[in-house]
Design a protein around this ligand. Sequence first.
Ligand code: IPD
Length: 282
Amino acid sequence: VNTEFDEYYNFALKIAREGGKVAQTALKQTEKPTFVEKTCSSDVVTKTDVEVEKLLFDRIRKMYPAHSLIGEESVDTSETACKLTGNPTWIIDPIDGTSNFVHGFPFVAISIGLWIDKKPAIGIIYNLILDQMYSACRGKGATLNGEKIHVSGQTDLNKAFIMCEWGSQRVIEWATSNRDNMFSLATAPNQCHGLRSLGSSALNICMVASGCADAYYETGLHCWDMAAGILIIEESGGVCMDIEGGELDLMSRRLLCCSTPVLAKEIVKKTKPLSLKRDDEN
Ligand code: IPD
């Protein structure tokens, strides 16, 4: 019954589709998108990332000039600060799965989260290649293309499908930790059914929210990769937390989301946490 949130929700859906059109047009070109490296060869950006972020920022600034903005590309160039305050804050990944976008692998999303009073209010994740719109408005459930979605309710690790990622920066300490955790989850005793990686954190989260996977574990993702997904998970009946089982911290670069707290506990037991430099640390 919150009309203010409804307005934000409808606005966010509209700009997600608009941004989607820009990226879809770029994908229709005969040449594959060109990219430049950010921190290393596996961490890339295209001109479409920048174009979509600019379009979304322009729309938001015009409609809600008092709101704050955090976006992957403008944080990278220090145009926006990566600080969460109580002010309504739009947290945006213009293209989540940039490597997928470059290769035409069909898991590419625009992720738009709106946080108010440091809590998620709106979450939109749009797979612009498959035309799948995952969305949530606080207190109103989560949907995929307008149909309600729910987590699986899985509690057993040995029946679970787990989403995980190598991440974009393959620093040895970090990659070793990923490798060891994946190995532990995949092997006896109490091994999971399967490990899967889509190459887009936002869409991995949507797999859990829609019940076709049971958990997602990543260290190294950023606040813009999870800001929208956190609400989509919560509104589809799942749980989000820190990888050690404590309270989730949006800026910590650590996320465990699960269909049930029981499954989350099993995953925490089988993995070893790693801490990275926070998103809000200069
Ligand atoms: C990346 C993807 C990837 C995840 C990385 C993210 P980007 O986002 O979501 O799946 O493992 O942690 O940074 O660079 O494609 O927007």
